[in-house]
Design a protein around this ligand. Structure first.
Ligand SMILES: C[S@@+](CC[C@H](N)C(=O)[O-])C[C@H]1O[C@@H](n2cnc3c(N)ncnc32)[C@H](O)[C@@H]1O
Length: 264
């Protein structure tokens, strides 16, 4: 390496180190809360159930972790927990890695949930808990069933899986329509007050000198975002039982979303 290459390398390292990862983390959280005003509540219930079933020092897989919001809440509440964050998005993983830099309780893995080999990239053979939020609706039901089968092999006996996501009840179309109209009216008011939606947030990331390149890559991978399904909590519970979980049911519900827990 020439000395000018070395200097360039140092300059890049300094740029990365000086990005405000906490600010990116917060702005991601605010953007997600624009869609999910009860996001913190579902994280609280998720961690309550982790504590109830596997205790306060769990080894956790934060599945499709994004910027690591679940790992962040986990480690604040349970400082002796450890977490593996896995995701495919290079921009969100850049923020996650910057935000948790120097915290040896957290490791990150880049992998695609559609590729069954993703499991071989994990640093541990088993986990006490696999937690995921607002992510698995990026998959269709058949690959999701396969994923649940793989997860049954990664979670130790007595361990838990929790998935908080969009889980509408297809049997109540008028209730669903009224809830949707009400939610969108709130979102419109918040947007008028300056809230960022998904596209606004990604425009900011694309304009950032550090995040521009991984953001361009994530749009090559996903486009705006991947297609998937939003089956009901009952569907998820049945799929988890079929995959080998001993018990499974919803442990939290909102008019449009739900959180299903599977116990190994
Ligand atoms: C809306 S974000 C939610 C992130 C995080 N769980 C949260 O609550 O902030 C959805 C995440 O799922 C990830 N994801 C979707 N499909 C995936 C796949 N096939 N493999 C790995 N990650 C995936 C995306 O990259 C993205 O980070």
């Amino acid at each position: 390496m020439t000395s000018s290459d070395e200097l360039e390398g140092i300059a890049v390292a300094e740029t990365v180190a000086s990005a405000d990862w906490a600010a990116w983390q917060t702005s991601w959280d605010r953007q997600q809360e624009w869609y999910l005003p009860d996001r913190e509540e579902r994280f609280r219930v998720m961690l309550d159930m982790v504590e109830a079933l596997v205790g306060p020092e769990p080894r956790v897989l934060d599945l499709a972790c994004g910027t690591g919001s679940i790992s962040d809440r986990l480690l604040r509440r349970f400082p002796r927990a450890v977490s593996t964050g896995m995701d495919l998005d290079p921009a969100l993983l850049t923020i996650a890695q910057g935000y948790f830099a120097g915290d040896d309780r957290v490791q990150f893995v880049t992998a695609d949930l559609h590729d069954p080999q993703w499991i071989d990239k994990l640093p541990y053979e088993t986990y006490d808990a696999v937690l995921t939020a607002t992510a698995l609706h990026w998959m269709h039901t058949e690959p999701l069933r396969e994923l649940y089968g793989l997860l049954a092999g990664v979670i130790r006996d007595g361990g838990v899986f929790m998935n908080a996501d969009h889980m509408p009840d297809p049997s109540t179309p008028r209730i669903n329509a009224a809830d949707r109209a009400h939610r969108h009216a709130r979102m419109d008011r918040a947007k008028a007050g300056g809230a960022l939606d998904w596209s606004d947030w990604w425009e900011l990331a694309a304009a950032d000198p550090v995040l521009a390149e991984p953001t361009a890559k994530r749009f090559e991978i996903y486009g705006e975002h991947a297609d998937g399904d939003t089956p009901s909590p009952d569907w998820h519970a049945e799929a988890l039982r079929s995959a080998g979980f001993a018990e499974a049911r919803a442990v939290w519900r909102s008019p449009s979303d739900g959180m299903v827990l599977g116990l190994r």
